[in-house]
Design a protein around this ligand. Structure first.
Ligand code: HEC
Ligand code: HEC
Ligand code: HEC
Ligand code: HEC
Ligand code: HEC
Length: 234
């Protein structure tokens, strides 16, 4: 049994890897292209620059603690970032220089600063779309305006434990859509694959008013992730 399965599994992983390869090259995550100090590393190493990061495990004594998103209407139980979100935040909370993140791997300290301000979420995640919580049918029922998590589009994936993570909305390997999004969001398709408002719902949300970005900002929004002019509605 094992003998037959293994080659299939290897082939599958190989295809996945080849797919990821083609994607990462030339993107904002192509560190070799963007960071001259790294020229000389091979394609294979590009993957290791994220895949061999020492993300502190659950047993780590002092994981970075972030301010978490909260709101009176939130139903999910939000946790400190876990799973793959921690790998993203290692770079994208902007607290560590890339030089020190990679020092152990490269074997020397490169004069590289943290990610630019533009892509840093900072240590305060209270103004970002919540991540690292279980999105299950029970949450969908309690909220009332969420799709059943079992019918999400194929590209919009929860992690193996059913948790919504950065990787639910972003695929760090491919820039097919801007900002590494997993699908086009030009008419809020990504948002609406999960958020479903009835036309008779709140006055802000009708089935025709679908330009979420007019009022909401998923990163750097204020209360209820709103853009500032709507900070205190009514
Ligand atoms: C910018 C950081 C980053 C780079 C560069 C990167 N990866 Fe990943 N990769 C991740 C993260 C984070 C995950 C975990 C995704 C998850 O848990 O859902 C992942 C997951 C994967 C998976 C599992 C399948 C999936 O898509 O979830 C494969 C296969 C993979 N990476 C291959 C590669 C290969 C091959 C390269 C090099 C060409 C590469 N990665 C470069 C961050 C990166
Ligand atoms: C090893 C560090 C590292 C890791 C890990 C990493 N990134 Fe990045 N990311 C970068 C750098 C460097 C840039 C280039 C931005 C800059 O500094 O201007 C970037 C850019 C981006 C951008 C902006 C793209 C654009 O076109 O503006 C997004 C979105 C992003 N990353 C998401 C993620 C997500 C989601 C994850 C986890 C799945 C992740 N990154 C993991 C280093 C990283
Ligand atoms: C619910 C979906 C969703 C989740 C979850 C999510 N993002 Fe984003 N992210 C977006 C969208 C949509 C944009 C594009 C916003 C825009 O263009 O205005 C974006 C943009 C970004 C950018 C680029 C910022 C810029 O203005 O150029 C970075 C970096 C980023 N996300 C990182 C992350 C990280 C790290 C996580 C996890 C902690 C995460 N995202 C979780 C949807 C999401
Ligand atoms: C993969 C599914 C998914 C996607 C995609 C998604 N969301 Fe969410 N979003 C959720 C879930 C689940 C919650 C938590 C709801 C709760 O617990 O009340 C949430 C929470 C929120 C909240 C806070 C709700 C509150 O009551 O405080 C806002 C605002 C929001 N999302 C806006 C957006 C916008 C705008 C987009 C598109 C960029 C988006 N979401 C994309 C699933 C998603
Ligand atoms: C015209 C402005 C506007 C638009 C467009 C809009 N929202 Fe909102 N949204 C608001 C306001 C204002 C609130 C806070 C409402 C309150 O205080 O009751 C809110 C609250 C929310 C909440 C949390 C409360 C709840 O009912 O769950 C979510 C989730 C949300 N919006 C998602 C979205 C998504 C997804 C879209 C796009 C399909 C969207 N919104 C489009 C203005 C808007």
């Amino acid at each position: 049994m094992k003998v037959k399965v293994l080659p299939v599994v290897l082939l599958f992983l190989g295809v996945l890897a080849a797919y990821a390869f083609a994607g990462v090259r030339g993107t904002a995550h192509d560190f070799f292209m963007r960071i001259p100090e790294l020229s000389g590393y091979t394609d294979k190493e590009l993957c290791r620059f994220c895949h061999l990061l020492r993300v502190p495990g659950p047993a780590a004594t002092s994981p970075p603690l972030y301010n978490l998103y909260q709101s009176p209407t939130l139903r999910a139980v939000i946790q400190q970032p876990n799973g793959s979100s921690r790998a993203c935040l290692l770079c994208h909370d902007g607290s560590s220089s890339l030089g020190s993140i990679w020092a152990g791997y490269i074997g020397r300290r490169l004069p590289l600063g943290p990610v630019s301000e533009r892509v840093s979420l900072g240590g305060d995640l209270s103004d970002d779309h919540p991540v690292s919580f279980v999105y299950d049918s029970s949450l969908a029922r309690r909220k009332g305006s969420l799709a059943e998590p079992t019918i999400l589009p194929r590209q919009v994936r929860l992690d193996p434990r059913g948790r919504l993570q950065c990787t639910t909305c972003h695929n760090p390997h491919a820039e097919r859509f801007s900002k590494f999004l997993v699908m086009d969001n030009s008419v809020s398709q990504l948002c609406m694959s999960c958020h479903r408002f009835q036309s008779a719902g709140s006055s802000y949300h009708t089935s025709t008013n679908t330009a979420c970005g007019n009022c909401h900002r998923v990163h750097g929004g204020s209360d209820r992730l709103l853009t500032s002019p709507l900070r205190r509605p009514r």
